[in-house]
Design a protein around this ligand. Structure first.
Ligand SMILES: NC(=O)c1ccc[n+]([C@@H]2O[C@H](COP(=O)([O-])OP(=O)(O)OC[C@H]3O[C@@H](n4cnc5c(N)ncnc54)[C@H](OP(=O)(O)O)[C@@H]3O)[C@@H](O)[C@H]2O)c1
Length: 264
């Protein structure tokens, strides 16, 4: 699909999967609004994409753990006289410290960045999408949403919410031309494990389990356009997600307890 009038808002566009979404969508001719905290990185990416693809690329630096961020982003979009046709709710991170030892501010920040902010951003853009009878929303869930729970991690629960919520929105909005997809990657090359502090454990996992971000993004973008509410990219991840479905909760709990590469 090539459309020069459509605009995509990508959160977490300063690295990894989000930066790759920006590159893939710009190559398709979409204008962009790039959001993350590291403004310099966003400015560099915007300059690269404007030069390479002749698209309009606006940058807004925001910390999505701040509850006022979604409204501030949309005020910026309105000020630039843009409307959002494609929303990529991608920004994310995972802490890995023990729940009881982690400051509430840090846990609340994870929930705000990956639960409240994406839900609110969707709520802010959906009325315009419905009115124009066209919209695409990709919410970054994870293979973790299908996997056994991980000790101390809010992440698996958060990504389960995203998986479920995306399908609920898709059911409501598809009749209005708005497709919503939960994109559920497995291990993907990015800065995620550096931020999480789990690079060493992640590197020890077999390369079979890893995907390049471009493969994830292309499959996710194809899925949302095809109207698929859930996309697990890559054959290995698909096999894992299917294999996990019939496993009883008690067995999943036991598996999560015994196999956790990120446990201290
Ligand atoms: N990599 C994987 O193996 C994997 C697997 C499954 C799902 N995912 C999901 O994919 C998404 C992207 O992750 P990634 O792998 O691309 O990780 P990444 O390379 O670490 O990128 C994370 C992005 O999120 C942004 N971000 C983090 N906290 C933010 C905040 N408070 N406010 C605004 N932006 C924030 C970062 O930007 P700034 O630091 O500049 O703010 C960065 O652009 C996440 O939702 C992640 O959960 C990743």
């Amino acid at each position: 699909m090539t459309d020069h009038t459509r605009t995509a808002l990508v959160t977490g566009a300063s690295a990894g999967i989000g930066a790759t979404f920006a590159r893939v969508l710009a190559a398709e001719g979409l204008d962009l609004v790039l959001v993350a905290r590291r403004k310099e990185r966003l400015d560099d990416l915007a300059a690269e994409l404007e030069e390479q693809h002749r698209v309009r690329c606006e940058v807004f630096s925001a910390d999505l753990s701040d509850p006022s961020a979604p409204a501030a982003i949309m005020a910026f979009v309105a000020e630039k006289q843009l409307h959002i046709d494609v929303l990529i709710n991608n920004a994310g991170l995972s802490g890995m410290d023990a729940f009881a030892d982690t400051e509430w501010e840090s846990l609340a920040g994870e929930i705000q960045v990956m639960v409240t902010a994406p839900t609110q951003l969707a709520h802010l853009v959906v009325p315009g999408m419905k009115e124009r009878r066209w919209g695409r929303i990709i919410n970054l869930s994870s293979l973790a949403a299908f996997a056994p729970p991980g000790e101390s991690l809010l992440y698996t629960g958060i990504k389960s919410y995203v998986l479920n919520m995306s399908q609920a929105l898709d059911m409501e909005l598809k009749p209005h031309g708005v497709h919503v997809t939960a994109l559920c990657p497995g291990f993907t090359y990015s800065e995620f494990h550096d931020v999480m502090g789990s690079r060493e454990a992640a590197t020890s996992l077999p390369s079979l389990l890893w995907q390049q971000p471009e493969a994830v993004v292309r499959e996710g973008w194809g899925a949302v356009n095809a109207g698929k509410p859930v996309c697990v990219p890559g054959v290995v991840n698909k096999v894992i997600s299917h294999a996990m479905r019939p496993v009883p909760y008690r067995a999943q709990y036991a598996m999560g307890k015994t196999f956790n590469p990120f446990k201290h």
